[in-house]
Design a protein around this ligand. Structure first.
Ligand SMILES: Cc1cc2nc3c(=O)[nH]c(=O)nc-3n(C[C@H](O)[C@H](O)[C@H](O)COP(=O)(O)OP(=O)(O)OC[C@H]3O[C@@H](n4cnc5c(N)ncnc54)[C@H](O)[C@@H]3O)c2cc1C
Length: 380
């Protein structure tokens, strides 16, 4: 395995740094977080840099690049701000890679070039009030009617649903089916008649808007079926390596940011006549933090490498997501401690990283379930 960053990737990461310095500098991140104002305009900036085109094959308007490059870009965006990484990650994870993996040829030809040029955004509508970790308990139903389906039910905690071009919605299209069977993924534009949304409040990730959605006989045309009718769950499972890698990349970038903030602070802050960085207990804690970030990064790059080899990587995807989310929680928790009141203040960045971090260990598959999956892959 070769994890060296080539000159092209290095140039891309530098261009991300320049783009973020121009369009989303730290002050603007703080302002948008406080105002709950997502930087949706970034999608067009990503398209200008070719970021969204990286994993899309050339015949569908993309660059045919590696997943490793996607992971590096996502990690760098996470370093700048979770709000920047989530726009990138969900567009590719819920949209681009789903269409590429299980969309029809016609959908690939019509939609992927629009993903690459920053025109389309996607949300994933899976969770329901009674179906969280147990996603197979979902009850939103798609009833066959002439030319498509009528969708009735409720989804909750759906990120970016209001601003998405399509909510990729898991619906039970086979009446009476149980668990993961009989589910289809339907692409539903949020302005479809019969779709009603209410925004949800939360502790962190203020720029990742969250929505409760009621579907009241919303008509979805035949062409908006993504993947196999009744095989939606299997389709969804076939893209987990992309979404979990996205979470791990963003969390790794955010973790490194947290460590860097603490290092800068302890070198400056003087107590008892010396800098905090001169205390051995502080040094050791930071050594542990950086080691965990590096361990997480290695796991992420190994996952990206396996994706690029086309190898099975369910275990590694679960491991990367689990390690990265726990690393982020660990470093932001210790970061708050070492920054003291500076960390607790709403003026600084640590409080935001700490609040945002709380989502990652249960979002997109609770870590308990990642551990179940890893154990199963070990033959247990
Ligand atoms: C900010 C935010 C954004 C989200 N974005 C989306 C989105 O875009 N699309 C979407 O579909 N969903 C989204 N979700 C929903 C998210 O995926 C769910 O919150 C997650 O799947 C957990 O479901 P739950 O919250 O219902 O918790 P529950 O299922 O009630 O689980 C609560 C906790 O119980 C424990 N637990 C559950 N089952 C087991 C088990 N078998 N063994 C051991 N422990 C267990 C775990 O610790 C788990 O964290 C989002 C949630 C949030 C908060």
């Amino acid at each position: 395995m070769d994890f060296s960053i080539d000159p092209e990737q290095r140039a891309l990461l530098d261009s991300i740094d320049r783009m973020m310095a121009t369009h989303l500098p730290p002050d603007e991140v703080r302002r948008r977080d406080a105002a709950h104002e997502p930087p949706d305009f970034l999608l067009k900036e990503y398209a200008k840099l070719g970021l969204l085109a990286i994993p899309i094959p050339e015949q569908y308007g993309g660059l045919g690049g590696s997943w490793m490059t996607v992971a590096l870009a996502n990690e760098r965006l996470g370093y700048h701000a979770a709000m920047a990484a989530s726009i990138f990650g969900t567009t590719l994870g819920f949209g681009g890679m789903s269409i590429l993996t299980y969309g029809s040829e016609a959908q690939k030809r019509s939609l992927l070039p629009r993903v690459a040029n920053g025109e389309l955004r996607f949300a994933l509508g899976l969770t329901e009030p009674g179906a969280g970790t147990d996603a197979g308990a979902l009850t939103t139903r798609g009833e066959r009617v002439a030319g498509g389906w009528k969708v009735t039910g409720r989804k909750t905690w759906i990120s970016n649903a209001k601003t998405a071009s399509y909510i990729v919605t898991a619906c039970r299209t086979e009446a009476g089916s149980q668990g993961g069977r009989g589910i289809s993924m339907l692409m539903i534009p949020p302005d479809t008649p019969g779709v009603h949304m209410t925004q949800l409040n939360k502790v962190g990730n203020n720029c990742l808007t969250s929505w409760d959605i009621a579907f009241d006989e919303a008509f979805v045309p035949e062409d908006n079926l993504l993947g196999q009718e009744g095989g939606g769950f299997r389709n969804l499972m076939s893209t987990l390596q992309f979404s979990r890698s996205g979470q791990a990349s963003s969390a790794t970038g955010q973790s490194q940011r947290a460590v860097d903030i603490v290092v800068a602070h302890v070198k400056e802050r003087v107590q008892f006549g010396r800098t905090l960085s001169s205390f051995q207990s502080i040094q050791h804690r930071l050594a542990d933090m950086q080691t965990r970030v590096d361990q997480t990064r290695l796991m992420l790059y190994r996952l990206a490498w396996l994706v690029d080899q086309g190898e099975r990587c369910r275990k590694e995807a679960a491991q990367a997501k689990m390690l990265a989310s726990e690393c982020l929680q660990y470093v932001t928790d210790h970061g708050m401690q070492m920054l003291g009141s500076f960390g607790y203040s709403m003026e600084g960045d640590m409080q935001r990283l700490w609040r945002d971090s709380r989502l990652y260990t249960f979002g997109e598959g609770a870590n308990e379930i990642q551990r179940e999956l890893i154990a199963r892959e070990m033959g247990l």
